[in-house]
Ligand binder design. Structure first.
Ligand code: KG4
Ligand code: ZN
Length: 335
């Protein structure tokens, strides 16, 4: 079965074709970074309008890259939430209409399930069960995963997501949007021990996160007269986020008696996080899995894959366009 996947939940338009026999056939991505950079963050109305302009050209692009015909598509999946309502609507309308015109099924996919399953696109996919750390711009979740749709949220951020804390701290330091990767680049040249910053919520039991106070602590140091160098502050901030994320991962793995860890979502592209996660899993005699770098951040391939798993299992949705800007991962049906 060949599934066309469409991602448009935020500021990236992603389109891909996934074949349940042959794997990923083609994918294409258009990032709206330049469009929003001027404003220092995503402007929802501009995002929606831009998705509308990119969706059809990108779809034609993947069809020609894959060397198939439009009529070879057997199903269409799209991100129906969580995300920006207008942006989601652009993808949902296009996906639903195309599926209707081709007389094939369509299915709305949960964006975070897309991130969670993205490592399954790699040659060495993680076997179930595993602990999954989902770290994106909008969410920070620790999940026990026993199979597709078998998700138990063990912990989540009670305020800012990890990526959001990276972006807001970077913005205060005058770095361009989106700040996460820019801050990480600065951190490479800094001393992570130069500035002492908190490891929030590590001193109490539980698996929830909080990054808002850490962000404020970093920004406060930046505003002081004797402020540290940008490089040192970036390295110290990055280190505090990574220590906190992995401290909770270790706790979750112990609690669930699992030694396999999956890390996915935009922040999983962070090299310091990857290096430290590698050390942690080695210590625990386990293994850590990631998507390839380009599939850590938003993309169409993960939505085509998640949709293909579910459509192949017979999941269908009624005719009509429905988006779910707020949507719990635990409410998804098990396959
Ligand atoms: O998954 P994603 O593309 O979009 C959402 O679903 O939110 O994640 C984007 C987030 C942004 O906050 C971005 O700054 C962060 O991932 N990010 C990084 C890095 N690359 C992307 N944060 C830290 N280090 C990176 N290398
Ligand atoms: Zn995402």
């Amino acid at each position: 079965m060949i599934v066309l996947g469409i991602e448009s939940s935020c500021d990236e338009t992603g389109v891909a074709l996934y074949d349940t026999n042959r794997g990923l056939l083609a994918h294409a991505l258009y990032s709206q970074i330049d469009l929003h950079a001027l404003y220092g963050g995503v402007v929802p109305e501009l995002a929606s309008r831009d998705h509308i302009q990119r969706l059809l050209p990108l779809t034609n692009d993947v069809i020609s890259k894959a060397g198939i015909q439009l009529s070879d598509i057997n199903g269409v999946s799209y991100t129906s939430g969580p995300g920006l309502a207008g942006a989601l609507m652009a993808g949902a309308l296009m996906a639903r209409s195309l599926a209707w015109s081709l007389d094939v099924p369509a299915l709305g996919v949960h964006h975070m399930e897309g991130h969670l399953l993205a490592p399954m696109l790699e040659p060495n996919p993680p076997p179930y069960p595993f602990v999954c750390l989902l770290v994106s711009g909008g969410h920070t979740l620790l999940v026990r995963v026993d199979g597709i749709g078998q998700y138990r949220v063990l912990g989540e951020s009670i305020d800012d997501a990890a990526g959001e804390a990276f972006d807001k701290t970077a913005k205060m330091m005058g770095l361009p949007y989106p700040g996460g990767p820019h801050l990480a680049k600065l951190a490479e040249k800094g001393d992570a021990k130069a500035v002492s910053l908190p490891r929030p919520m590590m001193d109490r039991p539980g698996l929830d996160f909080s990054f808002s106070g850490l962000k404020t602590a970093a920004i406060t140091r930046y505003k002081l007269d004797d402020k540290p160098s940008d490089e040192d502050l970036a390295a110290s901030f990055e280190s505090a986020v990574v220590d906190t994320l992995l401290g909770k991962c270790a706790r979750a793995m112990k609690q669930e008696s699992l030694n396999r860890l999956v890390i996915s979502g935009g922040v999983s592209a962070n090299q310091h996080l990857r290096a430290e996660a590698g050390k942690l899993c080695k210590k625990l005699n386990g293994e850590v899995y990631y998507p390839r770098l380009e599939f850590c951040t938003d993309n169409g391939a993960m939505i085509a894959l998640a949709g293909a798993f579910r459509l192949q299992a017979g999941e269908r949705e009624a005719l009509g366009v429905k988006i779910q800007p707020r949507w719990s991962l635990e409410s998804l049906p098990a396959l």
